[in-house]
Design a protein around this ligand. Structure first.
Ligand SMILES: *Cc1c(COP(=O)(O)O)cnc(C)c1O
Length: 388
């Protein structure tokens, strides 16, 4: 008998970008100068003082042994200090903060702590795929709440059926949003917390992009709202803020029961983050935020450069102050995939089809601003001449 995958692995949705990857490689093989704005991974280096802190800590033998899965006390204190400074939120480092091996790890593991087989987890769509796959692995059922342009990319909570809500345990939200770049106002978080109290839900907020902005302050945290800690937990990461996607350091903060449950799962599956990386994380969070502000300004410059090309091609997009994504509307008559293929064939520019993030993303494409300004200008000028 041939080896077969488990049912839960077989239930994962198919990899929608496979065909696009194939076409990209084919176009590249023909000698076309491909400009890849597909993957959401920062292209700029981690700031030097963070790299230096890692190098120093890596040389110290005290950091070579198993770390504590929940994070060094010093790191958790620094994370609490960061929330105080950035959001005016007080957190108890011991009970309300847990370090993560990148926030993806925590997002994937979280349902194991709170979802029984058949329980529902409400996930945004289009959205980051890990909310759904983590749910599936834990034996839960994802209910996808569309986030639509006409609702400013916020979920319509009143449209979620009561029979679903009775079985629901967790609701995921993600602002600033990947893939759209949309934001959420505190008034939305207030409604969401009221809704969650009514249906007895845990609110899980993914704030990976809260610092990716050209504005002088971060996107609001759900924890800034009165009483939020009664049911909310926020996932955060150094990945996008400090160009540290490869380093794997993030955190969950908020409701103490949520943090305790996640910690119990983690103590059984991993052994925390390499202490040298934790110490580098402390250097990042305690150091100058000048590089973060500079990245925000750079992404704005790139955004403007790309938008100029989209304007000339008559393609509309969501204007936003957050993330490094541009969420653009596919011209009438073309689907997301068809548009991406035409874009690639005519211009060599790679974008991600919106429906890869969920069916409501059909009719949109996502550009990630992860090339330098001259390359984005080049992409924009090619797009300006696109024949649709
Ligand atoms: C990039 C990203 C993350 C997390 O990344 P980590 O590197 O695992 O911390 C989480 N959520 C969204 C929406 C992202 O785009």
């Amino acid at each position: 008998m041939a080896i077969g995958f488990s049912e839960r692995l077989k239930a994962l949705p198919p990899y929608l970008f496979k065909e696009l990857d194939r076409v990209r490689d084919e176009v590249r093989a023909k000698g076309v100068d491909v400009i890849d704005l597909g993957v959401g991974d920062p292209d700029c280096p981690t700031p030097g003082h963070i790299v230096e802190a890692l190098a120093r800590a890596a040389r110290d033998q005290a950091n070579h042994r198993y770390p504590v899965y929940s994070g060094m006390n010093s790191l958790r204190e620094v994370i609490a200090g960061w929330y105080k400074r950035r959001h005016g939120v007080s957190l108890e480092p011991e009970t309300e903060v847990c370090s993560l091996i990148g926030s993806k790890e925590g997002i994937a593991n979280f349902p194991f702590a709170f979802v029984n087989p058949g329980d529902v987890v409400i996930c945004p769509e289009p959205g980051y795929p890990v909310y759904g796959s983590g749910t599936l692995f834990a034996g839960g059922v994802a209910h996808y709440a569309p986030i639509l342009e006409k609702n400013d990319y916020l979920p319509d909570l009143s449209a979620i059926p009561a029979d679903i809500l009775k079985k629901a345990r967790i609701i995921w939200v993600n602002y600033p949003n990947n893939p759209t770049g949309a934001k959420a106002d505190p008034s939305f978080y207030k409604d969401l917390l009221g809704f969650a109290a009514k249906w007895d839900l845990l609110v899980a907020s993914d704030a990976a992009y809260s610092e990716v902005t050209h504005l002088s302050k971060p996107h609001p945290s759900i924890l800034e709202l009165d009483g939020a800690k009664e049911r909310a937990v926020e996932f955060h990461s150094l990945s996008k803020t400090f160009n540290m996607t490869g380093w794997r350091l993030g955190w969950a903060v908020g409701n103490a029961t949520a943090i305790k449950g996640l910690g119990l799962v983690k103590s059984n599956v991993d052994s925390g983050v390499f202490q040298a990386v934790q110490l580098a994380g402390i250097a990042a969070l305690e150091g100058s935020l000048e590089p973060v502000a500079a990245m925000g300004a750079l992404y704005l410059e790139r955004r403007k450069a790309l938008e100029e090309g989209l304007d000339k091609a008559g393609i509309s997009y969501l204007g936003t102050d957050y993330t490094f994504y541009v969420w653009a509307k596919v011209p009438q008559g073309l689907g997301s995939a068809g548009f991406c293929s035409r874009l690639l064939e005519q211009t060599g520019v790679v974008a991600t089809p919106g429906n890869g993030f969920g069916p409501s993303g059909e009719g949109y494409v996502r550009f990630a601003l992860v090339q330098d300004v001259p390359r984005i200008r080049e992409a924009a000028s090619r797009i300006a001449g696109l024949k649709l």
